[in-house]
Design a protein around this ligand. Structure first.
Ligand SMILES: Nc1ncnc2c1ncn2[C@@H]1O[C@H](COP(=O)(O)OP(=O)(O)OP(=O)(O)O)[C@@H](O)[C@H]1O
Ligand SMILES: [Mg+2]
Length: 334
């Protein structure tokens, strides 16, 4: 029986836009993550993937963002109820994050050595030389061929792939139970991307680390995850095992996303993309947020927002659609 590590329930995150106005970037999001699981979170740009991860990490200090409601229960403790200080002792130690652009999270004025030692000593009562030894071990563990030389380098002296490895080493240096990887390989070329993904799989099997993998690349989801959440306009619109998601997507948005992934050897060069664009947060349509772009939309879709409901016989599968995924509904056609 899998052991639950994280339960996000009804998470709603807002950004203040004026004295009395705010926008809702993440709306009533509910999902869970088991120990050792790699869960995919996919969706177009602006759908709320990063805001979901920042909400879990409690990283809104310098912005107008806040968790307006909902709970984020990590190993039995609601992170939304913790003080800044308590949260600081969890962040980096029990939950760590890998960002899309390593350069933005490594300090360009500090050698790799100093940054890793600082990260290790922040959460562990060890001497500088012990921390340095651990840093060197971490760099080898993430496949850096010459850890000593890398330790002495400044971030700008490293290639993109190497700095991403340093970031992962930094994220791993306190052996976190959970990692949030937000587009961890988007900035890298294909070969390095494959190596970094392989490395993340290794880490998961060695340490039973749970990984929330955020990406807009469905190929990465197919390769890495057992289960995935599809987000649209701040909401989860479909949740399914990766096999089910690819074999029989239900939500018309998921159908569109999958149809726009090139199939190997298909010879197809231009792919259908979903017509229209993501709605503006300050002007959300009434009803289903996808209705303006949905070729199946009917009057009910424009009036009432559907719930994220279990799909009958769907083995934990869920879908937010009035027309599909229900017993009385018809199957979505790609
Ligand atoms: N600091 C902020 N202030 C106001 N709105 C914000 C802020 N950060 C994010 N948003 C809004 O929240 C919504 C969700 O953004 P988010 O960054 O989570 O998207 P995403 O799914 O991660 O997209 P991408 O694939 O481009 O990374 C967007 O409409 C964005 O404009
Ligand atoms: Mg993002």
């Amino acid at each position: 029986m899998a052991e639950r590590l994280l339960d996000v329930t009804g998470l709603t995150t807002t950004f203040r836009t004026g004295k009395k106005t705010s926008v809702t970037a993440v709306n009533n999001v509910t999902f869970s993550l088991d120990r050792g699981e790699i869960l995919g979170l996919v969706g177009e740009s602006g759908c709320g993937k990063s805001v979901t991860s920042l909400s879990i990490m409690g990283l809104f200090e310098d912005t107008a963002g806040k968790v307006a409601s909902g709970s984020i229960v990590f190993d039995g403790e609601d992170l939304t109820k913790l003080t800044t200080k308590q949260m600081r002792s969890i962040r980096g130690k029990r939950i760590s994050m890998i960002f899309q652009n390593p350069m933005s999270s490594l300090n360009s004025c500090m050698r790799v050595e100093a940054q890793l030692i600082e990260a290790i000593r922040l959460h562990n009562d060890v001497s500088k030389s012990e921390a340095r030894q651990r840093a060197s071990k971490m760099l080898s563990a993430v496949g850096i061929p010459d850890p000593e030389q890398t330790l002495r380098s400044y971030p700008h002296q490293l290639s993109g792939g190497m700095s991403q490895r340093v970031m992962i080493a930094m994220a791993l240096c306190c052996e976190p139970e959970m990692m949030i990887a937000d587009e961890p390989t988007t900035a890298l070329d294909v070969t390095i991307q494959a190596q970094i993904l392989e490395l993340m799989k290794d880490i998961r099997s060695r340490n039973n680390t749970s990984i929330l993998l955020i990406t807009h690349d469905l190929g990465v989801v197919a390769e890495m995850c057992s289960r995935a959440l599809v987000m649209y306009a701040g909401r989860i619109v479909e949740e399914a095992s990766v096999e089910e998601l690819f074999a029989s997507p239900i939500h018309p948005y998921t159908v569109g996303l999958i149809a726009s992934v090139p199939k190997l050897g298909s010879g197809v060069t231009s792919l259908p993309s979903i017509p229209g664009s993501v709605p503006d947060l300050s002007a959300m349509p009434q009803g289903c947020k996808f209705a303006p772009r949905c070729k199946y939309a009917q009057a009910v879709c424009r009036q009432t927002e559907p719930e994220l409901a279990p799909v009958p016989g769907g083995n934990g599968r869920k879908c937010r659609c009035h027309l599909f995924g229900k017993e009385e509904g018809k199957e979505a056609q790609a």
